[in-house]
Design a protein around this ligand. Structure first.
Ligand SMILES: *[C@@H]1O[C@H](CO)[C@@H](O)[C@H](O)[C@H]1NC(C)=O
Length: 436
């Protein structure tokens, strides 16, 4: 059952490989002796009051005596880019810079021998644009250092907002969510205190995961709001990455531990369950490193694709690995229900673990696949809705896990009367017949 889920998950994740959304911040790119006809730089959602700042330095062309009108920077939306490609294909234009569909930012003709240039280009049509560089002279090698900054001007003071139009409210979203998690942590502490006689070690583990998640969101909010104001992270991203890393490892460990029934079904881990942890934890380390590289790289870099592939592979393996302990527990509980006299007790646990299995799968599907799908289909203006949907799904998962595995004074697993016992045995028999 786990295998099939994994295969379809892998397939859907492969599709998401081709979607990329950078948080356009100020970016520096070095181009050295490059002959690529088109170099994409960055993507950004502009409002009606957007600006593109371009600072080029150390410009060096291998041949300066050709028509430099054929080399330059331009902005283009995704949709028009397909039309430009058609035009190029049909020989309506010979160079993307000549198409009337693109917004030319700067042609190298106007360099007039200088090796550096600063330009500000206003963008007044709200849309998501990609900044591209075109070199239509195949024999010319280009070298330059590019600083590109895209931002929208906001409010009366015309303050700069370096977050893309659809992401500009994300700091607030993250901050509000962190408050929700801090309250959940408070409620959980209250529960642990009230039911302190039935608290297991796993419950403290859950508390740690919630607190880490809350801090992770605080630092994500701070990181994004710094980028929003200044165009770079100024070290807040380091804290954010550290907490993401801790949270990622703890969350996956928690799912495995709950799946094995550790500390509330049995106080030890079996060898194969330990092996799952030994696979998942190092892979989470790799996944987190990959995530850092992906976030920091320019959205069109070559290594970004490689790291994204690595990340998806590792992520799929982790997601699948955490399912196995749950499946093993379900299997054990069924066998126990059949051989033991205590059918009702085991049947209840069985139902609980089955629910948990389904919920873990839903959580994985939603946060991986559905969120990517939302990112692809929603307009650039509402990209934050995809992030919010993913976060709400995560929240729902945390709440479900906490609710179902909360410490209970009257643990239903231990006190059950004979009637229920008979009914459960009956149900188990029915189930077996059904399966046959
Ligand atoms: C980039 O160019 C703009 C526009 O001329 C200028 O205001 C800004 O100071 C430049 N930035 C750097 C880092 O050179």
């Amino acid at each position: 059952m786990a295998m099939m889920t994994c295969r379809s998950l892998l397939l859907l994740l492969l599709i998401s490989l081709f979607v990329s959304f950078g948080f356009a911040e100020i970016r520096f790119t070095e181009i050295r002796s490059d002959v690529r006809p088109i170099i994409p730089f960055d993507e950004f959602g502009f409002t009606h009051n957007g600006r593109l700042e371009l600072n080029l330095s150390q410009i060096d062309l291998s041949d300066k005596n050709l028509d430099l009108n054929k080399i330059g920077f331009f902005l283009c939306t995704r949709d028009t880019w397909f039309h430009v490609l058609e035009q190029l294909n049909d020989h309506h234009v010979t160079c993307a810079l000549d198409s009337e569909l693109v917004k030319v930012v700067f042609r190298f003709e106007s360099l007039k021998g200088k090796t550096s240039v600063n330009a500000v280009f206003p963008v007044n049509n709200a849309d998501q644009y990609t900044l591209l560089f075109a070199n239509c002279l195949s024999q010319v090698k280009v070298s330059m250092t590019v600083r590109s900054a895209m931002y929208n001007l906001e409010g009366k003071q015309n303050s700069r907002d370096y977050l893309s139009a659809g992401k500009t409210i994300l700091p607030r979203v993250y901050f509000l969510l962190s408050l929700v998690y801090f309250s959940l942590a408070g409620i959980w502490v209250y529960f642990l205190y009230k039911k302190r006689l039935t608290v297991f070690r796993i419950h403290f583990f859950m508390l740690a995961v919630i607190v880490l998640k809350a801090f992770n969101l605080v630092f994500e909010a701070e990181d994004k709001s710094y980028i929003k104001r200044t165009g770079s992270a100024h070290g807040w991203d380091v804290l954010f990455y550290i907490f993401s890393f801790l949270k990622g490892i703890m969350l996956f460990t928690l799912i495995v531990l709950i799946g094995t029934g550790w500390s509330f079904l049995k106080p030890y881990l079996q060898d194969k369950e330990k092996k799952v942890l030994m696979i998942v934890i190092p892979l989470q380390v790799v996944a987190n490193i990959a995530q850092v590289v992906i976030d920091e790289a320019s959205p069109f870099g070559q290594d970004r694709v490689t790291w994204k592939q690595l990340f998806l592979l590792v992520d799929v393996i982790c997601c699948c690995a955490v399912l196995f302990p749950i499946v093993w527990s379900i299997k054990n509980l069924r066998e126990a229900a059949r051989t033991d006299g205590k059918a009702a007790v085991n049947l209840m646990k069985l139902t609980l673990f089955r629910q948990y299995y389904v919920v873990v799968i839903c959580y994985i599907y939603f946060t991986r696949v559905v969120v990517y799908a939302l990112e692809t289909i929603t307009s650039y203006k509402y990209l934050w809705t995809a992030v919010l949907a993913g976060e709400l799904a995560t929240l729902a998962f945390y709440v479900f896990t906490g609710y179902k595995f909360k410490p209970e004074a009257h643990n239903p697993y231990f006190a059950i009367d004979d009637e229920e016992e008979e009914a459960a045995a009956e149900q188990l028999k029915l189930e077996d017949e059904f399966e046959l």
